[in-house]
Design a protein around this ligand. Structure first.
Ligand SMILES: [Zn+2]
Ligand SMILES: [Zn+2]
Length: 375
């Protein structure tokens, strides 16, 4: 299907437009996520956008130019920032990798925010962009090292007694934290089973909503549904008028947690389920995830996720710190970002309507399951 598109795009960026049929300057794709995207020439693209927004063609053209100016400025600013750290690009693959990361970060801003930016001058934008935190260290490739090589970190010692030790220690540490978390989940499950306050049947109804509940009755609840429900019950279910999630709060009050398990429960209590974009993947280790609501970004250690998702895709999950690392909770599905756009608008609208004074984090914490239902 790629050939279909490239066949329409000629050298110099000219395209055979699917709308007007003329050969002209490439404007873009009308439906980029479709398996058979339509090519539109520059003129058609502007005309369609003017019609959609109910503005003049000249105004639409100005908007498009401003949008391009802003995204180019962001890319320029961030590429320079990377070069200030890395000094130089080693090869074209590195350029592409960094460009893809920068583009993914740019795409975590929603269109309304981008429109607002387009009204600002370059200097004001530069100041804004410099404050967007990037995670360059995660992107830097270390050259492959043999055990007896002099370590690339510059210590002068052999790799096997230098950074290799730290890297192996890190793997052990992450496994250790994952084990602690497994125990926290088990203790939470036991608490739920033994609870006399929880009416699991009606909670299932509430969580799944009418449609999914009817489906569950007809076809049965899948393991994945159950995992999702347990995750919500454990992390996000509040009794009316209680300030803390029911299960996590009770776990903390109990005397059965070790010091590290306690830390994990506290971390889970602070972490809402939110929407993240995968901005960069380190295969076999984890991925950089950027929160679509506040643009903070963390490296999450999860080998499975590093293999099952793609950069630029959106995830709906909970990220929480475990010691010096970050883990994810529950199963996850990834979605193309286009698919998510409307849903995010919907949840932000719901947020405004709810007039929560406590900010988007608590809102997501209490209403994340509703958003999950949207997906
Ligand atoms: Zn056209
Ligand atoms: Zn070293």
């Amino acid at each position: 299907m790629k050939d279909k598109i490239s066949g329409k795009i000629f050298e110099g960026g000219l395209c055979l437009c699917d709308v007007c049929g003329k050969k002209s300057k490439l404007g873009g794709f009308l439906n980029p996520m479709s398996p058979d995207p339509q090519v539109a020439c520059y003129d058609c693209m502007i005309r369609i956008s003017a019609e959609e927004k109910g503005i003049s063609i000249a105004a639409a053209e100005k908007q498009r130019n401003d949008a391009l100016r802003v995204s180019r400025l962001f890319t320029d600013c961030k590429m320079k920032e990377y070069l200030a750290v890395a000094k130089d690009f080693k090869n074209i693959d590195e350029v592409n990798k960094i460009l893809q990361y920068v583009t993914n970060v740019w795409n975590t801003f929603d269109n309304k925010e981008k429109d607002k930016m387009a009204m600002k001058k370059d200097e004001a934008l530069m100041a804004l962009f410099e404050n967007v935190k990037m995670n360059w260290e995660c992107l830097m490739d270390k050259p492959p090292q043999k055990r007896n090589d002099i370590c690339a970190c510059g210590s002068g010692r052999k790799y096997k007694v230098c950074c290799l030790v730290r890297e192996e220690q890190e793997k052990i540490e992450i496994e250790k934290w994952k084990r602690f978390d497994t125990w926290v989940i088990r203790k939470g499950m036991i608490l739920m089973e033994e609870s006399k306050d929880l009416d699991i049947g009606s909670l299932i109804k509430f969580y799944f909503g009418k449609k999914r509940d009817a489906e569950a009755r007809r076809y049965g609840i899948t393991e994945r549904d159950m995992e999702e429900l347990n995750e919500w019950l454990m992390n996000d279910y509040y009794l009316p008028d209680e300030p803390t999630p029911y299960v996590l709060g009770r776990l903390l009050a109990q005397d059965t947690l070790s010091k590290d398990e306690r830390k994990l429960v506290e971390a889970r209590m602070k972490a809402p389920k939110s929407v993240y974009m995968v901005t960069f993947i380190k295969k076999g280790t984890g991925a950089l995830l950027r929160n679509m609501f506040d643009q903070t970004e963390v490296f999450v250690h999860d080998n499975m996720m590093s293999k099952s998702t793609q950069p630029g895709y959106a995830l709906f999950l909970r990220v929480f710190p475990a010691g010096p690392y970050y883990l994810i909770s529950g199963g996850h599905m990834s979605y193309p970002p286009m698919y998510l756009d409307e849903k995010i608008k919907e949840i932000l609208k719901a947020y405004k309507k709810s007039r929560q004074k406590d900010g988007v984090n608590l809102f997501l914490r209490r209403n994340g399951h509703v958003f999950g239902r949207l997906l």
